[in-house]
Design a protein around this ligand. Sequence first.
Ligand code: SF4
Length: 420
Amino acid sequence: MTGVFSLLPELRGAEHGLLLAPLGDDEGEDIARYLAVGGYAPLVAPGRLLDRIAAVGLRGRGGAGFPAAVKIRAVRDAPGPRVVVANGEEGEPGSVKDRWLLRHRPHTVLDGLRLAAAMTGAERGCVYLSDAHAERAVRRALAECSLDLRIDVVRTEHTYVAGEESAVVRRIDGGPALPTAKPPRPFERGVGGAPTLVANVETLARIALMYSRPDVADAVAGTHLVTLSGAGAGAGAGAALVEVPAGTHLKVLADLCGHGTADAVVLGGLFGGLYGEGWTDLPLDHDRLLAAGGALGCGALHFLRPEDCPVAVATEAVAYLAAQSARQCGVCVSGTRALAGTLESVGCGEAGHEAVDKLHRWSRQLPGRGACGLLDAAARIVGTLLAHFPDRIDAHRRAGCPACEGDAPEDGRRFTVPVP
Ligand code: SF4
């Protein structure tokens, strides 16, 4: 199955404020439709909305899963003036949810940005994106609504690191979309030096939904937009964007997009690593995935067929990350290059025990040493490959891998998913 759909019985089919409209509806969102479902309603008590966000435990949807209310309060409590940013630049390959939202639910995102501005006391907003279709939709939506907030649209290039929050601030300020050393974090000193809330567009859309649908606020907070894809013919094979409750088992999601017989899954775009035996028991849950050595990240899942080689997939992923390194931190440049080169030599059957020992060591030593999460992602892929697929690594070293024979190395395209 491909396309966009919802698994939320309590929301699906309702007339009001859905992130994902009922099946078959691809009309998108215009101002009349959005106002008709209660959008852009005056916000008389911003503190009460913030309390509700805290009470239902909404977590950010950009990847880190940080509590949204804590981030909003940090900006609100910093000395003004303040800025709010809708971050729609999703760098993880295999994730399309943010571009889909901007293209099809621009008013919901803008409404969330308006509410975030009211809660933080910001007088300036910004929509940050790289997708041309999304930019057109957002500009059209801005022309349709009249908000009491200055909102700029800033376009960036599409790279792995361009959506990292310090890169977002740097790009909006006219610099390159590259991460900076922290502290200061954007909530302390962000756009133009002002305390800045950089919020993922799904987070903002959920805030807008919670405001217009307080009756289902818990369900809205406990729901994820998840991009599913799998190995197989063509980029984004068996791809789907689904809206599902937290806790849904990954096996259910694999079945949905025709990958129920998968042997393994890549979690969180590339950020959450590779998971093998036992993946079917994993739920879509930040804490449970972290406890299992993975990460939910942006929520994208890429399933591997039994005939796909996890060593080849990990090699391709790490090579992609090495190529995407912003080359600012020496440890990232040398670390990703060493991981990619050593993995490749393992994959080619040219590496001995020492190479595998090095991979073990690096996967433990490198996380947390770069200015952004790219190095962590590369190290986690290697660490999870070593933990879940020791037999496959041995097979490569001893006699070659039948699954890889004749396969030309790819360049990260297998993780790319078209926006539905
Ligand atoms: S960790 Fe890598 S990608 Fe991230 S800022 Fe440093 S060099 Fe750039």
